[in-house]
Design a protein around this ligand. Structure first.
Ligand SMILES: [Zn+2]
Ligand SMILES: [Zn+2]
Length: 338
């Protein structure tokens, strides 16, 4: 290469390096927590990123089972967001927690996130049924099932004991720290972001403590869905101690920055406890949810919740916001509802 060409080439290479570094800094660097407000440009970047089309789209049901028709509600509502991504909701007639679970198919592995709030609900049979229908539709004989968790609270792990009986299961990852974090490959939890490959389908794994000490958020690159467990959902965002409040704020900041750097179509948590009416909130333990909020949030909810949490700095107050509730349980008790 002549000297005339060499210099521009070097500058071009340096520019690419600087750009790449800046991108990485956006995702990784700001994960250390200063506690200050996010620049307003972050919200604009989340909006811009959210319009990048995903490889696979999907749809949500018109209504989730919500406890208003217990004679006819199935124990679990199974909804195909698309042919390879299933959302399951446990019935409020079975147990008021009514958590959502996710079943995601790659080429080699199907990943089930969470097993529900009641060991008597036949979650294993229902999941096996979805898998066997999926195999039939694809003309395949088998796929490996891995059962893992957003976090280890009781309402997300009760069905675990059923899964050794599944003909598909190859691994049930205990939700405890010693097994969950090595499985996810999170060595420097919660600061690093790891990936898990289901076979032609990569999910990013983000450590998000705050609601629970060992909690992960998954990002499915194919649908661009962010699964936030119990740290972000349309409901009571329960935080159980002051140290966890600080973790909660840090995790929200990291999620917000992740969404500014990666396209996110929807943010899906594991419960619904607010209504479609602004500032409408169902108390913990409510068994019927008329006019329930949609499960899905647009990604800008992340900066909205971060800003709300950050406005309290280290001294939160139990507060009902338009679509979610900041709920430090250690200050007002779990049954507080305004
Ligand atoms: Zn929880
Ligand atoms: Zn929960």
């Amino acid at each position: 290469m002549s000297r005339k060409l060499l210099l521009p080439a070097i500058f071009a290479a340096l520019a690419v390096l600087a750009f790449t570094k800046a991108q990485q800094d956006t995702v990784q660097g700001d994960f250390s927590f200063g506690g200050g407000p996010l620049p307003s440009a972050i919200t604009e970047r989340i909006r811009a990123k959210s319009v990048l089309p995903p490889e696979a789209e999907g749809n949500f049901p018109g209504k989730w089972i919500n406890g208003d028709d217990c004679d006819n509600e199935p124990p679990i509502q199974v909804h195909a967001y698309n042919e390879d991504f299933y959302i399951l909701r446990q019935s409020k007639c079975e147990i008021f927690e009514a958590p959502f679970m996710f079943l995601i198919f790659g080429e080699d592995t199907a990943l089930l996130m969470d097993t529900g709030a009641l060991n008597t609900t036949p979650v294993r049979q229902i999941v096996d049924g979805v898998i066997s229908d999926w195999l039939a539709a694809k003309g395949r004989r088998s796929i490996d099932l891995i059962v893992a968790h957003t976090h280890g609270h009781f309402d997300h792990v009760q069905g675990d004991g059923q899964f050794p009986a599944s003909p598909y299961v190859v691994q049930i990852v205990d939700a405890a720290i010693g097994e969950a974090l090595p499985f996810w490959g999170l060595e420097d939890y919660p600061l690093d972001v790891s990936t898990i490959d289901l076979g032609g389908r990569v999910l990013d794994v983000i450590g998000t403590p705050g609601h629970h000490p060992v909690s992960v958020t998954l990002y499915d690159r194919r649908t661009q869905i962010l699964m936030t467990g119990d740290i972000v959902y349309p409901g009571h965002l329960f935080v159980f101690s002051q140290p966890q409040w600080q973790d909660f704020r840090k995790s929200l900041r990291r999620l917000t920055l992740f969404a500014a750097a990666n396209p996110v179509t929807w943010v899906l948590g594991c419960h619904i406890e607010t209504s479609e009416d602004p500032f409408g909130s169902f108390a913990y333990g409510t068994t019927v949810h008329p006019n329930e909020h949609r499960l899905q949030f647009k990604p800008t909810i992340l900066s909205t919740i971060y800003d709300a949490a950050n406005s309290f700095l280290a001294s939160p107050q139990c507060t009902i916001f338009e679509e979610f509730v900041i709920h430090p349980v250690y200050l007002c008790g779990i049954g507080w509802n305004g």
